[in-house]
Design a protein around this ligand. Structure first.
Ligand code: PRP
Ligand code: URA
Length: 208
């Protein structure tokens, strides 16, 4: 079964309270989602492999370490875009791919409309990012598409998940670790996470 890590950190919890609040403005929501993206990067990259390199300081040569594999950030459009800048600020060398999926409102099944990835997904560490892991359909579909195109080392990074989505993703992709800022109670009858934060895409882009 895939590893589940729920990040427990006072700063992340503090910022999560802000984005859950229905009175938070679109501007603050967007900025805070980005900030949480930056904070969680520290945790999700903790076990990345490094290699030795020789560096010449102003004083003498020394051995340092640098990341072994290329990092690739793949936001699930639209809402995943909100987390990209925060992560990218922490790892500016990361490449970025995009996958467009939306949930059909009735069936809740993901509908694919776009995919473009750098070739680095073949050998790199791929972070699939989306604030919401609800039924798990979108995350599962995105990861299946990435694997079909040759990605081998994939991690899912979300802000709010629920047991239903975690179970689905762990079943469909047991090799993929799941990192969440919070694990909520459950899905409601129309597929929204409760307590959740509402529709992440609408709140990020002001479409409601
Ligand atoms: C939201 C969210 C996830 C998906 C999660 O996207 O950003 O991609 O729902 O739900 P699931 O786990 O049940 O698949 P949405 O379909 O609303 O599209 P949007 O980001 O374009 O608004
Ligand atoms: N997508 C969202 O944006 N929010 C939810 O609660 C579930 C799916």
């Amino acid at each position: 079964m895939g590893k589940l890590v729920v990040l427990n950190h006072p700063l992340i919890d503090h910022k999560m309270a802000l984005i859950r609040d229905k009175n938070t403005s679109t501007k603050t929501f967007r900025e805070t989602v980005g900030e949480i993206g930056a904070l969680i990067t520290y945790e999700i990259t903790k076990d990345l492999e490094t290699v030795e390199i020789e560096v010449e300081t102003p004083i003498q040569k020394t051995i340092c370490r640098q990341l072994k594999k290329q990092l690739v950030i793949v936001p699930i459009l639209r809402a995943g875009l909100g987390m990209v800048n925060g992560i990218h600020d922490m790892v500016p060398s990361a490449k970025i791919g995009h996958i467009g999926l939306y949930r059909d409102e009735k069936s809740l099944e993901p509908v694919s409309y776009y995919a473009k990835f750098p070739t680095d997904i073949l050998d790199g560490v791929v972070l699939v990012v989306d604030p919401m892991l609800a039924t798990g359909g979108s995350a599962t579909a995105a990861i299946t598409e990435l694997k079909n195109r040759g990605a081998k080392d994939v991690r899912f990074v979300g802000l709010v998940g629920c047991p239903e989505g975690v179970k689905r993703l762990q079943m469909d992709h047991p090799d993929v670790p799941i990192y969440l800022a919070a694990l909520d109670e459950k899905l409601n009858e129309v597929g929204y996470i409760i307590p959740g934060l509402g529709d992440a895409g609408d709140r990020l882009f002001g479409t409601k």
